[in-house]
Design a protein around this ligand. Structure first.
Ligand SMILES: *Cc1c(COP(=O)(O)O)cnc(C)c1O
Length: 386
């Protein structure tokens, strides 16, 4: 086992596909696709063309590429909105000399990943008062406030897709369309349901970003950027290595927009978000598997892992929490932080979800564990409870 060789302890990851704990576990088919990809070299433009075909089929988008994660997709999508297909603007990012770099964001949707927009050169313009979170009020931003904030320096609208996100994406997209502005949607963790692969685009998003290493089950450092063909082509160009002979440059028809440039830019702002052929092969394989899996079968697969915990742990302090991704809640009370620490110090080490620790509840997420590990978690709970 490689981790023994490296002297790195493993952990049973019931916290979900979190990056801090290395994401999830890959299906052998995905790992095999990556292994095979590692055995020959290809032109990366052709590899991204294959990704484009797979992403188009899975999302209904005009175009798509594989990125090195959802965060990279946000960065590249922003760069595309800021530069379009102008190689001069691409060369200047993260500077935008004409100042057209503002992205409007609803204040309640600000999050720690939106820094990727700023890295690309955008400036975030916050609007709305998230009063419904602060107790006294029930309101959030209205779509009209977004329209009100649009000016000559507006380059796009950024939207964090969450079930509680307000205003409705559909309403924002209608305003954006009226003003000829793109809407960039971060939907990194909004799978399953698989229908969300299409939903945001159908509601009017110009670009949508997904993580490959979360529910899709792809490589941890992979993601998807899907949407309008001209914007996706711009994003791709700003990630690719462009140490190429300009005279021989001939993009495949999936990225036809790139054959009409007035010149080729330098390596772009996204060159640091490089994605490898192995990740692309793995992501395409994982995406196809994800789309093909029956939702009821997916749910049963996840539930079976939680049932193993329940069966081994017994007790009345455990309850299934139904959601797109079901989880198991362990009501511990005020000792929850200490119990989480004991689980982590247990042999085997177990990491659980801490988002409800304030209520004295520890969460067990089935995404990144095996059924056997579910059994081990159950035994640990029974032992620690005693
Ligand atoms: C996980 C997540 C990301 C980052 O995704 P990576 O694939 O790890 O880059 C970005 N935005 C949101 C909302 C996320 O949940």
């Amino acid at each position: 086992m490689i981790y023994e060789t490296l002297g790195v302890p493993t952990v049973i990851n019931a916290a979900g596909t979190v990056t801090r704990l290395s994401g999830g576990l890959m299906h052998p088919d995905v790992a095999e696709a990556m292994r095979q990809a590692s055995l020959a070299c290809v032109d990366m433009l052709q590899m991204q063309a294959a990704a484009c075909r797979a992403i188009r089929a899975a999302t209904g988008a005009e175009s798509g590429i594989v990125t090195s994660g959802a965060s990279a997709a946000v960065l590249l999508g922003t760069a595309a909105c800021l530069a379009g297909l102008d190689p001069g603007r691409m060369n200047r990012l993260p500077e935008v000399p004409d100042g057209r770099r503002n992205f409007i964001v609803v204040r309640s949707q600000r999050n720690m990943y939106d820094r990727a927009l700023v890295v690309a050169g955008a400036r975030l313009i916050e609007i709305g008062i998230p009063d419904r979170y602060s107790g006294p009020g029930i309101r959030d931003a209205g779509a009209w406030e977004i329209e009100d904030a649009i000016g000559p320096d507006t380059a796009g609208i950024y939207y964090l897709a969450q079930t509680q996100s307000k205003p409705e994406l559909r309403d924002i997209a209608a305003i954006a369309r009226r003003h000829g502005l793109p809407v960039l949607v971060d939907a990194a963790a909004q799978l399953p349901p698989a229908s969300n692969l299409r939903a945001y685009l159908e509601e009017g998003a110009d670009l949508v970003c997904f993580s490959g290493g979360k529910a899709l089950g792809g490589p941890q450092s992979s993601g998807i950027l899907a949407g309008r063909a001209d914007l996706v082509a711009s994003a791709l160009l700003q990630m690719l290595d462009l140490d190429v002979d300009v005279a021989a440059w001939s993009p495949p028809r999936e990225f036809a927009a790139l054959s009409q440039l007035r010149g080729l830019p330098h390596h772009g702002i996204g060159r640091s978000c490089k994605v490898g052929k192995e990740e692309i092969a793995g992501l395409i394989t994982a995406l196809n598997r994800f789309v093909a899996e029956d939702p009821a079968a997916r749910l049963a697969r996840l539930r079976a892992r939680l049932d193993r915990i329940l069966n081994a742990a017994g007790g009345t302090d455990l309850a299934i929490v139904d959601s797109n991704i079901p989880s198991l809640a362990w009501t511990v009370g005020p000792a929850a932080p200490a119990m989480a620490a004991r689980l982590l110090a247990y042999s085997p080490a177990i990491a659980c979800g801490l988002s409800r620790m304030d209520e004295g509840v520890l969460l067990f997420n089935p995404m990144a564990i095996t059924e056997e590990q579910g059994h081990q978690i159950g035994l640990a709970i029974a032992a620690l409870r005693a």
